[in-house]
Each structure stands twice: as C-alpha cells, then as structure tokens.
Design a protein around this ligand. Structure first.
Ligand code: NAD
Ligand code: MG
Length: 391
C-alpha cells in the first residue's frame, strides 16, 4: 500500500490522481491533502471519501470552515504556507504528488524532497525556478523526481533501459494551442475565452493560457533540462496538433523512440505512482486507425515569443528563469482578470527579463526573494500600462 500526499488536491491533476486512488484501493491510500482552500465544499467531500490523516490549506479561514463542517475525528488541519510545508515533509507519505500551480509549490516540494519522500512532479514551475537546487537536493537525499507532465513522462519512458550517454536529443511535442492557425496580427485581440479553449487537453486555467502562448512548452524545455540532465540545445520542440505522440528521444545512432497514447493525464500520473511497474490505467485506449494522421511542424517563435524567451532564460541561467516564471505568472493572472491583452503577456516577460539585475540565486530563499521582487516589478509595469491604455 502506497500512501500518497497530494499538493493541489482540488486541481485538475489532483482530482485525476484521486480518481486513480479510487480505482486502485488496494494499492493507494491518501496520507495528506493540500490546496488553496477556495472550494471548501469540495474539500469536505474529499475528506469524507479519502480520510486523509492531515489537510493543509493556504487560506486559514477555509481551515476554520473545514473544521466546522467535519465532525471529529477529523484530519489534522494545518494552515498557511508553513502548514503546506509541514504537510509535504510529513513522514506519513511514501510519495508526494506535487500538483500545486506555480511558484507556490516551491517550498512544499522542496520540503518533500528534503524529507526524502518520492516526488511525482506535475508542478513544472518549481523546476523552472530552482532546477539546479532541487535536483541537487534530490540527489543528496536519494529522492527520485518522477515526471507527471505528459511530455516528460514520455521521455522518461523512452529512456528506460538505455544509456543516458547515448541520448542525442529530446523532442518535446506541443499541440500548438488554440491559436496555432490564428494569424499573428489577430493575437492581440483574442479573448480570455478563446485562449481557454485548448484543442486537446482539459487543464487548469494557468497552464491552459501557458499552452496558448506556448510558454508551457518553454517551461517544459527548462523542466526537461533539469529532469534529464541534458543541455538546452539537446531539447527541441516539435508541434504535433493531435497530441498522440507525447514526446520522443533521439539516440546517437539515429533511432527515435516515441511514447504514444490518448490525451489523458491519468496515464502519466499512474506511471509516476507505480513506476517501475505498470497498471491498467482507467483511460480510453489509443486506436491509431481512428486517429488516421499524425502531423508535425516547426514551432513559430516569431508568433509565439514566449518560447524564445524561455529558451533564452535557460541559456542565460542565474536568476533569469526565476524572473521568467514570476513575470509569466503575474502576466497570465492579469490576462485572466482581463487587465491586459494576450500579446502583452510576452511583452511584460521580455521587459522583466531585460530590467532584472538579480544575481544567481544560491539558495531557495534567494530564489524566493528574486521571485517576490520580479512579481512586484511586473505588477508595477501592469499598473503603468493600465494608467496609459486599456486592453
Ligand atoms: P489547477 O489550477 O487545476 O489546480 C491547482 C491546485 O493548486 C488547486 O488544488 C489549488 O487549490 C492549488 N493552489 C493554487 N494556488 C495555490 C497557492 N498559492 N497555495 C496553495 N495551493 C494553491 O492546476 P492544474 O492544471 O492541476 O496544474 C497543476 C500543476 O500541474 C501546474 O504546475 C501545471 O503546470 C502542471 N500540469 C498540469 C497538467 C494538467 O493536465 N492539468 C498537465 C501537466 C502539468
Ligand atoms: Mg505538458
């Protein structure tokens, strides 16, 4: 029996993971649940259904409401960022699924690594912010970082049984998002609703916008660099609108190995939970004769500058990936709030990267400080723009 702690329990990855826990009751039990606390009714249901030993919510008021709704014996309840960190490092779990969204996951995910828990990692922003520090901490503790992101799970699967030294390059596939065929000149006027229409995956709002700007693929280049210890130019992006080939590894003899499947996060989540074994995933099966055609294209980095900005931040190193991520989070939130237009997301990130004077963060605390400062600067830049013109 594997005891699972779920950071981001109420999200898209979190709820899919809980469905898998329900599908394999002899294999998995829930140790802890963590979330922001914006949906207390859902959390009450999850506590009744999965009987976690502890629950941590960012919002202390939500903790009070959860306590009032759950009769004793109730789970241990923890509040605030420190509560999430305490839950993530708790010895009760065998594996911690890191599925918070954004930089909020950094300290809890680091706590899980430092406590020696296996980490099933969905929260790619943490690796973008602190890839070197996180992978070093994982190595020092003998902790395995198991990829949940579908592309990285595909790469991980294509690497099994091969020599890492034989890898020529990694080919990350990208759906291209909802604006793959939209002319560049029209991107400035697209709406939040248009951007939330992902063609192949159902996901949380932030990653769905990242998929529309292709920043998601940019973040995934950085994620791959750290998960698989390859150089930036060993990670290439291929647009593949059907989202059937989840990614590929090209070996030095020219052989290219691919992992294929339906677009269902249940498959990579389950593999991360059962690795190195496999289980019959409760997901649709791939029928290639029904798919018919698989197509592949070069990404258009002129139309989608976020991809170029992410690669440049990885190559610059130091604080640049932290600034990139922070600027993106603030800009995406502002776009979702209808405070800026779609193409302003990339403009704000580019401005933040150019303006940043931050040095290479040598610790997680320094990463957090760079992150806070970059968020403040981008929020200020948005206010300045709003003072000037409306989207
Ligand atoms: P989501 O928005 O659906 O869920 C986010 C979860 O994090 C929720 O439980 C929410 O309560 C919690 N949360 C958000 N902000 C928080 C904060 N400040 N403090 C504490 N909790 C907070 O997001 P998602 O789509 O499930 O994505 C989660 C992560 O997984 C992201 O990093 C995303 O890039 C990655 N990912 C998601 C998918 C997918 O299919 N959804 C695929 C690959 C990778
Ligand atoms: Mg992905």
């Amino acid at each position: 029996m594997k005891r699972v702690t779920l950071l981001g329990a109420t999200g898209s990855i979190g709820l899919r993971t809980l469905e898998l826990v329900s599908s394999f009751p002899e294999e998995f039990a829930v140790a802890g649940l963590a979330a922001r606390g914006s949906n207390v009714e859902l959390l009450v249901d999850l506590c009744r259904k999965y009987s976690p030993r502890a629950v941590a919510l960012l919002d202390p008021a939500a903790v009070d409401r959860l306590a009032a709704a759950l009769p004793a014996p109730r789970p241990e309840l923890l509040a605030g960022p420190d509560g999430l960190v305490a839950l993530a490092g708790d010895a009760d779990a065998d594996v911690v699924v890191s599925a918070l969204v954004g930089g909020a996951g950094l300290l809890p995910t680091m706590a899980a690594i430092r406590a020696g828990r296996s980490v099933a990692l969905a929260n790619k922003e943490t690796l973008v912010m602190a890839g070197r520090l996180m992978t070093a901490a994982a190595r020092a503790r003998g902790v395995r970082l198991l990829p949940v992101d579908s592309e990285h799970s595909a790469v991980f699967q294509c690497l099994q049984g091969h020599n890492r030294g034989d890898v020529h390059r990694i080919l990350l596939t990208a759906s291209g998002g909802p604006f793959r065929e939209t002319p560049k000149a029209r991107l400035g006027g697209v709406s939040v609703e248009d951007a939330l229409q992902h063609p192949t995956w159902k996901m949380g709002a932030k990653i769905t916008i990242d998929s529309a700007t292709l920043m998601n693929k940019g973040l995934e280049i950085i994620e791959a660099r750290w998960l698989f210890d390859v150089t930036p130019d060993q990670v290439q992006v291929v647009v593949h609108p059907q989202s059937i080939v989840h990614s590929m590894v090209e070996y030095l003899d020219g052989s290219v190995l691919a992992q294929l499947g339906v677009a269902d996060m249940g498959v990579p989540i389950l593999y991360a939970l059962t690795y190195p074994e496999r289980r019959p995933a409760p997901a649709a099966r791939l029928d290639l004769t029904r798919v018919g055609r698989l197509t592949f294209f070069e990404p258009d980095t002129d139309k989608f500058p976020c991809l170029r900005l992410a690669r440049a931040a990885l190559e610059d190193g130091g604080a640049a990936p932290v600034v990139l991520n922070a600027a993106n989070e603030v800009a995406v939130a502002a776009f979702l709030d209808r405070r800026i237009g779609f193409t302003e997301i990339a403009e704000l990130i580019e401005g933040a990267l150019a303006a940043s004077r931050a040095g290479d963060p040598a610790s997680i605390e320094e990463c957090v400080a760079v992150d806070v400062e970059a968020r403040r600067a981008v929020a200020g830049a948005i206010d300045t723009r709003r003072g000037g013109r409306r989207p």
